[in-house]
Ligand binder design. Structure first.
Ligand code: IVH
Length: 673
């Protein structure tokens, strides 16, 4: 790879990694698997090592994690909160031990303490004279968030070390993992489902989401626990010789520690404890994702030191994803939003790593050939990155001769049009752009959370709209009437009006969302944002040349060509005109902090304000973390009524929503700024 290409690729990788860091660390909402993320980091590290002059201080490789959220005060960790290098095999363990002994210049064995690796959120608790004075999250390892108020609500965390322990130092930071127990996690999700809230994907997200609440009362209602594993700053007359002594002291002042700890001395013993902990995993009360080995003697830890990211004296062996065998009952073809026909494996349902797997994508015909699977085979399945079900291959020995190969159908299973395999591509497509399957997927994508985020438009409504011939493209959604909606299944006038209000509200979504929602090939959320930022309006993007598009940071040549091709299509341009006519505004991106003093509030402005135009007022509250809406609904928390406010004000009164006059509004934003 030449220097220029490397530079571009590095820029793209950094943007992608930072986006995912943000998703993962700030929003606690990862959008790709750990494995996919690790491979991005791996590629970046290897490119940077080939082109060292391209390494910059702000590269994700130069830092330990993500960034702190606005809204919480930040806390500097005087002793950084490090991460751990990963090991996956016994060979990795042998190498780790060899590295440690070489660095220490020792031929004889080193003693390690084995602990469970808890899967939660790292926190650091600062105690002065035994009293907890501050609690913070790990953040990027150097700067975390102040979550003191929230941690105080966790009953199992001692506020005064002296209440249980005796040897209390002047100052100590106790570090550990905030977790939610599995049974509490299940109960919480059941309660959320009953009240219509979305469930948490896993106990780690539940713990993180519960701890990083701006309202500590919510945290108090969530069952969190801390499992402590080490110390940060320490001063006073306590002195520890070993990690084991550290843990014993931590336990002595009232903390839970890893329920299994073992002293080991050789790679064989280390491997044996991994077997023990794998066997104990199903009976642990919390989620665990591996085993941590730490050089036991503190003096040796100090001699070994650390790199920027991780200690040389500790490493984590990660649990392998569980693998199960199950029957491949069938391979069906599903048609996506761009017409691509994707073969999907239909499996005899099987539980893997805690959830039931019944389907797995097979991507394309080439992949099926590569795997060598046939319908009727017994197949091995796992969850890649512990999330996405994946077929690893057939159990050839179990074949009976009744298995049959998969043949891609010649026609679309939905509309009967021809399926065409594109030259130079692995994909097969349905050629009919108005194929109901494609229309359905485009509508679903348009309404989805990351796109236009239109509540209520899930599969069941969209399926009905498509089969009732009420929506052929996304602009049709904005012409739906209450009359049409009430005729759908399980739909009353109240619900219909709600759906229309959601549609109305979505007209104000920013340009980046619209661009993503349009489903332009290769334009994901990041590229959509980059484009919106660079061009500011859809009209400017529509007329941009591929060269101008490729000039945008983060947009490659192929994507640029795809975007230009999309906008060259007359029917796409017509669609955009129809959306604009329907009132979809495609507003330029606003740099709104997701958290601020007004987070959680939803404002509606009605009537005229004398001090500023309505759009400016909306921008002000958004900048303070609030959302704005054009219509009154139960979600709205505050209505600002200017002069000549009309029916919205009346409706707000009826619903008992807080109403501010202009003066009250101005003093609110003054206080919050
Ligand atoms: S020790 C200096 N011990 O794993 C060593 N970490 O991948 C720092 N974790 O950020 C960490 N269980 O949040 C350590 N028994 C354990 C752990 C543990 C879970 C987490 C911790 C850390 C991450 C590193």
């Amino acid at each position: 790879m030449d220097h220029d290409t490397a530079q571009k690729r590095i820029a793209a990788l950094r943007a992608e990694i930072e986006r995912n860091n943000y998703q993962y660390y700030v929003l606690d909402n990862p959008t790709i698997s750990d494995a996919a993320f690790d491979s991005l980091m791996h590629e970046l590290r290897s490119l940077e090592s080939k082109f060292p002059d391209l390494v910059t201080p702000e590269s994700p490789t130069q830092r330990v994690g993500g960034m702190p959220t606005k809204g919480f005060a930040t806390v500097q960790h005087r002793v950084p909160m490090l991460s751990l290098s990963n090991m996956f095999t016994k060979e990795d363990i042998v190498l780790f031990d060899a590295r440690v002994r070489r660095a220490l210049g020792r031929g004889d064995p080193v003693e390690y303490l084995t602990e469970i690796k808890m899967d939660g959120l790292a926190v650091s608790l600062r105690y002065e004279k035994g009293l907890m004075v501050q609690a913070s999250t790990r953040g990027d390892g150097t700067t975390g968030e102040d979550v003191t108020a929230n941690v105080r609500t966790v009953r199992s965390i001692p506020m005064n070390l002296a209440s249980v322990g005796t040897r209390i130092p002047e100052l100590v930071e106790i570090r550990g993992e905030m977790v939610m127990f599995l049974r509490d996690f299940e109960a919480l999700n059941e309660a959320r489902a009953a009240s219509g809230d979305p469930p948490f994907a896993n106990p780690r997200n539940a713990a993180a989401g519960s701890l990083r609440q701006l309202d500590p009362r919510i945290t108090a209602s969530r069952p969190l626990h801390m499992v402590a594993y080490g110390l940060g700053e320490l001063s006073g007359d306590l002195n520890f010789l070993t990690q084991k002594a550290v843990l014993e002291w931590i336990a002595s002042v009232g903390f839970r520690i890893s329920p299994i700890i073992r002293l080991v001395h050789t790679p064989d013993e280390m491997w044996a404890t991994t077997r023990e902990i794998v066997a104990a995993r199903p009976s642990l009360p919390f989620a665990a994702d591996g085993v941590v080995f730490k050089v036991n003697e503190i003096a040796l830890q100090q001699a070994l030191g650390q790199t920027a990211r991780e200690p040389r004296w500790a490493s984590a062996w990660k649990f392998p994803p569980e693998e199960k065998q199950t029957r491949l009952e069938d391979i069906v073809v599903s048609i996506g939003r761009t017409g691509v026909a994707t073969p999907v494996a239909v499996l005899t349902p099987v539980e893997i790593d805690g959830s039931v797997v019944a389907r797995a994508t097979l991507h394309n015909e080439d992949e099926i050939r590569r795997l060598g699977i046939m319908i009727g085979d017994l197949v091995t399945v796992h969850k890649a990155g512990s999330v996405i079900p994946e077929i690893l291959g057939p159990v050839v020995a179990a074949r009976t001769g009744s298995e049959r190969p998969f043949v891609m159908p010649a026609t679309c299973p939905v509309c009967g049009s021809r399926l065409v395999r594109i030259e130079d591509e692995a994909a097969t497509r349905c050629v009919n752009a108005s194929c109901q399957a494609q229309v359905r997927e485009r509508l679903l994508h348009w309404c989805s959370k990351d796109a236009m985020d239109i509540q209520g438009f899930g599969e069941s409504i969209i399926d009905q709209l498509v089969s009732a011939d009420l929506a052929h493209d996304v602009s049709d959604l904005y012409h739906l009437t209450e009359e049409q909606l009430v005729h759908l299944e399980h739909m009353g006038p109240l619900m219909a009006r709600k759906l229309l209000a959601h549609l109305e509200e979505s007209k104000g979504r920013e340009l980046a969302r619209v661009l993503y929602a349009l489903g332009i090939p290769q334009v994901g959320q990041v590229s959509a944002r980059d484009l919106a930022r660079a061009f500011g309006s859809i009209d400017a993007i529509e007329v941009a040349t591929p060269e101008a598009l490729a000039g945008v940071y983060g947009i490659g040549e192929k994507t640029a060509e795809n975007i230009a091709a999309f906008f060259r299509e007359e029917h796409n341009r017509a669609l955009i005109r129809r959306l604009q006519t329907a009132g979809v505004r495609m507003t330029p991106l606003q740099a709104t902090p997701s958290r601020g003093p007004l987070s959680g509030k939803v404002f509606v402005f009605t009537g005229e304000l004398s001090s500023m135009p309505r759009s400016a007022a909306q921008e002000r509250v958004r900048a303070l973390g609030a959302e704005t809406s054009d219509t009154i609904s139960r979600k709205v928390t505050t209505v600002v009524a200017g002069s000549a406010a009309g029916s919205k004000l009346a409706k707000a009164v009826e619903l008992g929503i807080e109403i501010l006059d202009e003066q009250q509004f101005l003093s609110l934003i003054e206080q919050s700024t």
